[in-house]
Structures are given as structure tokens and as C-alpha cells.
Design a protein around this ligand. Structure first.
Ligand code: GLC
Length: 433
């Protein structure tokens, strides 16, 4: 390619998901769901949660542990019924902090160290004289035994902590709580964050049968015959991939897996854009062949992609500052900054189209004629904060469904995984009575 506009034209073609391919992907997704449900080989794990939609009358105060990324939260949630809840207390902490030089997600950390750290943070939030039932949101693929024993199948999102894969995560947490002498904390539920979001969405809305996370990671769940099923859709693999997707996959901790997540989620979107920028610099089409800090892997974050997309200044000065301050690249031209914005936009739109295609696949499976109304509960930074993301998702569904699209509502379900953990705890306390 010998000029920037030509490169961008070609990239646009590669990244475009046409209305026809949206439906092709949706149908392939539906086929994989059926294969997974039948226990045949499938990229979708279809993990049953043993939880149904709540009836809305779950009440009481519960402790929630939301463990799904490097930012872990502990919440005390009061459920008041009919979709009403309040977060009474709330703390968050990082599992990885370069400044304080610790990293509980790395392969050299042992399971016990990770869970001791988490238990010590739970200790900081609670009173010693009170008893708490705890719902544990664990946002990774796990297999459930009984109502509260979750076995991690494999780490995702670049986690590597040793001694957790294949293990009973509920036991690891329970033993760490014991070592902290937290006998007043009783774990009673373990659930995926998508399942938490589903419970939180359905707590106040009967039409909610599909929930999704569009944040650091990407995954969805849905209600099948009174049981919420975690699709682990981030691992879906029948996808039109580009050479940048393959490159990113090869450089990742888990080549060959989580292919959809690697095209959609915030953990990878910036990295994909960075790989495209590297290619442009290499070809001499951007920044006069200087790389600045773009050579460093994962140096472009999802939050920075949002900043690039939101820049409406005449001179694209937000992008200019970002390049100067975060990437040590001085003297970029307007056209170069516009190219960066266009690339970010192409990747954002592709992500939203792919997510929409998978929702269509689920809707085809649960209500192909769209006889009912459906609320899709969604949480995560892409959906909540990335400029243009929610609109693109909605537009893609509208284009695919025509008039029927008015039966579908997208519901931002903030803190869904924490609220959902409290609802799951409430449900399981009832089951145990
Ligand atoms: C990853 C995990 C999945 C989780 C999602 C969103 O895809 O495998 O379990 O739901 O991230 O956090």
C-alpha cells in the first residue's frame, strides 16, 4: 500500500460486517448454541447456572464479591424487592499494581496468595459480630457442582495465577476466609458476571432473558427453560478474522481461544488498533516512521480509544495531546490524527456489530418469531462509555430486525454483577431453608 487513504479504504473493507454477514454470524452462533446444548463439540461452553430469573421478591442484606478482572469489588447490598436495591457499602482494590509492584494475576502467584489477599479485603469491609451470606461473582468459565461449588475450567482475560485452573474456586475462597478467621462470612452462591447482570436486569423486568457484558471482557448468558445459561460467548470462533486478529491472538496468553472476545472487548480493542498503527508506521505511512511508545504491547487502552473517538475539536487536539503525552509522539499531522480516529471507529463499529449478531443468534433460539418483548441487560465500559458504541449496537439490531426491533430494549445494568450476586445469595438462602 503506498498511501494512507488507500490503506484506510482497504482496512474499511476488511473490518466491515455487512448486514448479510451479521445474519450469517447470528445463524452460526445459533448452531453452535445447539451443538453445545447437545453436548457436541462447540466453541460455546453453555454452562448451566442452576439459577432461574428472580421473582422480584428477594429481600435482605447480602455481601457480594465481584471478582472478574484486575479491579475487584466487595459490596454490601440491600435488596428491597421489585427491582429496588441499595449499595450500603462498597470497596474496590486492584489485583495488579505496577507502582506497588505486586501482581496477583501472574503465573508466579499461588492460588492461596490470591484468595488470602481477597479475604483480607473482605475483612476490611465487614463488622465482626454480624453474619453475612456471600454471593461470589466469578467472571470466568467455571463448571458448577451443587449450588455453590464452582470449578474453574480455564483462565481468560490474560489471568495466569497458578493452581486455580481445574480447582474448586468456592473452596479456595472458603479456606482463605477461614485463615482470616472470618467465620461470620458464609459463601452461598457462585455465579458468572453475565448471570449476575441477568438476575439484576430481571429483578425489575420480566422481559429480561438475555444479558451481556461489554467491558474488559465480553460474554453473554440467557434464560433457557428456567435455567440461566452462561454461553461463554467470548470463545465463539466462527468469525471473519483479519491478519491483525490473528497477530493479536498469536501474541496472547491463550492462542486459539476467546476469538470473539479478542475482536470485541475493551481488553483487546486498543491492542488491535495498536497493531494496525504499527503496520502503518512500518510501511512509512504514519508519524514519519517514528514509533513513540506504540511498540510496547497493550500500551493503548480501551479508555484511550474512547478519548480518541470523542474528540470533536477542529484540530483533533485531544488526540494530539494523547499522542504527545502518552506516546511521546510530537508533531503529528491533522490527517494522521484523523486516520487514528477512523481506525478506532472502524474497530468500535465492528465490535458492536459482532456483539449484536450474537444477540440475534440467541433471540432466534429463544423466540424466533419475536412474539414477546425482550430486554437485554448489558453492563460494561464499552456499552456505558465508549462514544457511539450503544448507538451502533442498537442500529445494527434495527437494521437486522426491521419493525420488530421495537420489541427489543437494551438496558444499561450498572453494577449488575454485584447486585446479581446479592440476588443469587438471597435465592440460595431460600433454597437451603
Ligand atoms: C471473559 C470470561 C467470562 C466473563 C467475561 C466478562 O469472557 O471468560 O466468564 O463473563 O469475560 O467479564
Amino acid at each position: 500500500m503506498n498511501n494512507l487513504p488507500q490503506f484506510l479504504e482497504e482496512l474499511k473493507r476488511e473490518m466491515l460486517i455487512s448486514p448479510k454477514s451479521v445474519w450469517d454470524i447470528a445463524r452460526d452462533f445459533q448452531t453452535e448454541m445447539l451443538e453445545g446444548l447437545a453436548g457436541r463439540p462447540s466453541s460455546l461452553k453453555m454452562l448451566p447456572s442452576q439459577l432461574n430469573n428472580p421473582n422480584g421478591q428477594e429481600m435482605g442484606t447480602f455481601l457480594a464479591l465481584d471478582f472478574g478482572g484486575t479491579n475487584v469489588r466487595v459490596l454490601l447490598v440491600e435488596l428491597a424487592g421489585d427491582g429496588v436495591f441499595q449499595i450500603r457499602k462498597n470497596s474496590s482494590f486492584l489485583l495488579k499494581n505496577e507502582k506497588q509492584s505486586y501482581d496477583y494475576t501472574s503465573g508466579s502467584t499461588k492460588a492461596e496468595e490470591l484468595f488470602d489477599f481477597i479475604a483480607s479485603k473482605i475483612a476490611e469491609l465487614i463488622e465482626s459480630r454480624q453474619t453475612y451470606y456471600l454471593g461470589h461473582t466469578f467472571s470466568f468459565p467455571f463448571r458448577l457442582e451443587g449450588i455453590n461449588q464452582g470449578f474453574l475450567i480455564n483462565w481468560t482475560k490474560e489471568f495466569k495465577t497458578a493452581g486455580v485452573e481445574g480447582e474448586n474456586v468456592s473452596r479456595l475462597l472458603q479456606e482463605a476466609l477461614k485463615r482470616q478467621k472470618l467465620n461470620n462470612v458464609i459463601p452461598i452462591a457462585i455465579l458468572n458476571d453475565t448471570v449476575g447482570t441477568q438476575l439484576a436486569g430481571a429483578y425489575g423486568d420480566n422481559n429480561c432473558r438475555l444479558a451481556s457484558i461489554l467491558g474488559t471482557g465480553h460474554n453473554s448468558c440467557y434464560l433457557e427453560d428456567k435455567i440461566i445459561i452462561n454461553l461463554e460467548s467470548g470463545n465463539f470462533s466462527r468469525l471473519p478474522r483479519t491478519k491483525y486478529d490473528r497477530q493479536l491472538d498469536e501474541l496472547s496468553e491463550s492462542p486459539g481461544s476467546q476469538l470473539l472476545e479478542k475482536m470485541v472487548s475493551g481488553r483487546y480493542l486498543g491492542e488491535l488498533i495498536r497493531l494496525i498503527i504499527l503496520q502503518l508506521i512500518e510501511e512509512g505511512l504514519l508519524f514519519g516512521k517514528s514509533y513513540g511508545l506504540f511498540k510496547k504491547s497493550n500500551s493503548l487502552t480501551g479508555a484511550e480509544v474512547s478519548l480518541i473517538l470523542v474528540d470533536r475539536t477542529a484540530n483533533l487536539s485531544t488526540i494530539k495531546n494523547l499522542l504527545e503525552e502518552n506516546f511521546s509522539l510530537l508533531g503529528s499531522s491533522y490527517l494522521e490524527r484523523a486516520a487514528l480516529q477512523e481506525i478506532s471507529n472502524l474497530l468500535m463499529v465492528r465490535s458492536a456489530c459482532l456483539a449484536a449478531a450474537t444477540y440475534l443468534g440467541v433471540l432466534e433460539h429463544i423466540d424466533s418469531k419475536l412474539e414477546k418483548r425482550h430486554t437485554i441487560a448489558i453492563d460494561g465500559s464499552l456499552f456505558e462509555k465508549m462514544p457511539g458504541y450503544a448507538q451502533t449496537l442498537e442500529k445494527t439490531l434495527q437494521r437486522a430486525l426491521g419493525e420488530n426491533a421495537e420489541k427489543i430494549s437494551l438496558l444499561l445494568t450498572k453494577d449488575g454483577s454485584g447486585i446479581g450476586a446479592a440476588i443469587a445469595a438471597a435465592v440460595n438462602v431460600q433454597k437451603n431453608r
